[in-house]
Design a binder for this molecule. Structure first.
Ligand code: FAD
Ligand code: NAG
Length: 527
């Protein structure tokens, strides 16, 4: 242990000495230290998107937050260094956000996950919570907390993402309408700022840093530990899918369901552009496929269908009957009868459902392919127009991958975090509460979609963003990617000045998360 830390420090110093000189860059990280500290760099220029491939000059595998602090303190102290630093969680970004061209990538998973569960006793005040390293994955936290009968409240659909990575963005899924995004379920953070300071922050301590970092796209600091709120975990989950062929009925039912948080624990929904899309979205849902809506295969029509997916948690308490709760909910819905299906699965399998899709896609060679994904927050007032815009722009018959669409409630989001939501519309107050997340999660098989075809999809996505960003629809990108500073400025709107002020405060030299493409590195020759 001692030796490992000593080794790391030596390595960091070597990197710093090498990188602080303005013209001398490390050519090969292999030259510096043992391979477990400074790894081969090629995997670090890859991410889930497979669109951007920027190589770093060096890789750091820290053993502790102090190692990260040492690196950033040294870089901050050198006015000549042009070196940038990107924390890499699980590398599941789409557009190189966790890459650092000619800089240093920090592999956050090299710090042990160190999960500590604090279970509140019945007579104790406060909440149960978990302390966990920023580089740990959500699946690890789930497994550990379940040993105590506990679980985080708010999730992402996929659990092989890092805690620090999703907290730097938002973290949304079907529980968000009820508990808010993951960034609304954090009690405290340890953060290493771009100046190298290691700071513990919370809503009451260094609160400006705390809120800035949440949804902050990695611009203000590296999250080395998070304190995540926990609740009692259910035993089982009743998981229901209902089908629609009318968009208005679909969205009205979704909005009805999020108005019943006492009954509903999870709500999502998706657009079904074609039959293969239905089949692939059914992999994890263990209902008989032959009982799926037959209307979908009706004579080659290019009709689009919609599916609401909701869940009721089953704590297996004697006086609550989950069947009755589901019945109470579905009796108020107006799906296309009789196309409703329900299954009961364990809580773990429910949360981990996307990993079944991953296994299936991997087995068909369709996981490690380019993913030109587009995620947008759309005000309720513009959702229908956005849906039309989307369907006009995608090739419905060829589209591969899910198109998620479900409503969220504005008052579950703290306005002081850095995340950008659509501006409240001028409609009634009740309408302003609701906005939608739309995830166009397309994958492109290189066998049928060439580099040119991929480029076409990226340009189409850009057109959709531009058209949806006008006042008429008023949408904002989630997991944003923008081509210029002007676009970033527009993205943040009235919060741009606050975002820039936080940058000047916490990472004034622009060292952190260069792959987001927002700020430039500041060094002696730019001053
Ligand atoms: C299959 C799949 C499913 C997904 N499902 C959902 C979903 O349901 N809901 C949802 O909200 N999102 C979802 N996402 C998106 C996901 O939340 C983001 O891509 C997130 O950034 C991934 O986390 P990561 O650990 O891979 O981050 P990375 O790609 O490693 O990093 C993302 C950004 O955060 C920075 N960063 C990483 N770690 C830290 C840290 N510790 N401190 C500070 N900054 C850091 C990086 O430098 C980078 O800028 C999904 C992505 C995939 C690939
Ligand atoms: C949010 O930020 C404003 C402006 O900086 C501040 O006055 C307010 O106290 C903050 N709210 C919280 C909950 O920290």
């Amino acid at each position: 242990m001692e030796f490992a830390i000593f080794c790391t420090k030596v390595n960091i110093l070597i990197i710093i000495i090498a990188l602080c000189s303005p013209c001398k860059f490390i050519q090969s990280p292999i030259d510096f230290g043992p391979p477990n500290m400074l790894q081969a760099k090629n995997t670090l220029s890859l991410d889930f998107g497979r669109i951007i491939f920027d190589s770093p000059s060096a890789v750091l595998r820290p053993q502790s937050p102090e190692d990260i602090s040492l690196l950033l303190t040294s870089l901050f102290a050198s006015s000549f260094s042009k070196v940038t630093v990107a924390a890499r969680g699980a590398g599941h970004s789409i557009r190189g956000q966790a890459q650092a061209l000619d800089g240093i990538v920090i592999e956050m998973d090299s710090i042990p996950s160190n999960i500590y569960i604090h279970k509140r006793g019945h007579d104790e005040e406060g909440f149960s919570y978990a302390d966990v390293s920023g580089g740990a994955m959500w699946i690890e936290l789930l497994e550990e907390s379940l040993k105590f009968g506990l679980s985080p409240r708010s999730w992402t659909d996929y659990l092989y993402l890092s805690i620090g990575g999703t907290l730097s963005n938002g973290g949304i899924s079907g529980q968000t309408f009820k508990h808010g995004p993951q960034i609304s379920n954090v009690l405290q953070l340890d953060v290493v700022t771009g100046k190298g300071d290691l700071i513990t922050c919370s809503p009451t301590k260094s609160s400006e840093l705390f809120y800035a970092v949440l949804g902050g796209l990695g611009q203000f600091g590296i999250i080395t530990r998070a304190r995540i709120l926990l609740q009692e975990a259910p035993q089982k989950v009743k998981w229901v899918r209902a089908f629609y062929d009318d968009f208005d009925a679909f969205t009205m039912d979704q909005e009805l369901l999020i108005s019943m948080p006492d009954l509903v624990d999870y709500l999502e929904g998706f657009i079904i552009p074609n039959e293969p899309s239905l089949l692939s979205s059914s992999i994890a849902f263990p209902a008989h496929l032959d009982s799926m809506p037959p209307f979908l295969s009706e004579g080659g029509s290019s009709k689009v269908y919609y599916c609401i997916e909701f869940a009721v948690y089953d704590f297996q308490v004697r006086d609550t009957n989950v069947e009755q709760v589901v019945e109470k909910i579905t009796s108020q819905m107006s799906y296309k009868a009789p196309f409703i299906y329900s299954v009961e699965v364990s809580y773990f399998d429910f949360l981990n459902r996307v990993s079944m899709e991953e296994i299936s896609l991997r087995s068909r060679g369709l996981w490690e392919v380019p993913h030109p994904w587009l995620n947008m927050f759309v005000p309720k007032s513009g959702i229908k127009e956005f849906k039309c815009l989307l369907m006009d722009n995608i090739a419905v018959n060829e589209f591969e991958g899910p198109i998620l669409i479900y409503p969220l409630l504005r008052d579950k989001w703290h306005t002081n975090t850095s995340i950008v939501l659509p501006q409240a519309s001028t409609c009634s107050e009740e309408d302003e509460q609701v906005f939608y997340i739309v995830g166009v999660l397309q994958s492109t098989n290189p066998a049928s979609c060439s580099a040119q075809c991929l480029d076409g999809i990226l340009r189409r996505n850009r057109r959709i963003v531009e058209a949806a960003s006008t006042e008429k629809i008023g949408a904002k990108q989630y997991l944003p990617h923008h081509p210029s500073l002007m676009h970033w400025h527009n993205h943040f709107g009235r919060h741009w000045n606050r975002f820039v002020a936080h940058k000047n405060l916490f990472d004034p030299l622009g060292i952190l998360a260069p792959g987001q493409g927002i700020f430039s590195r500041i060094h002696a020759s730019t001053l």
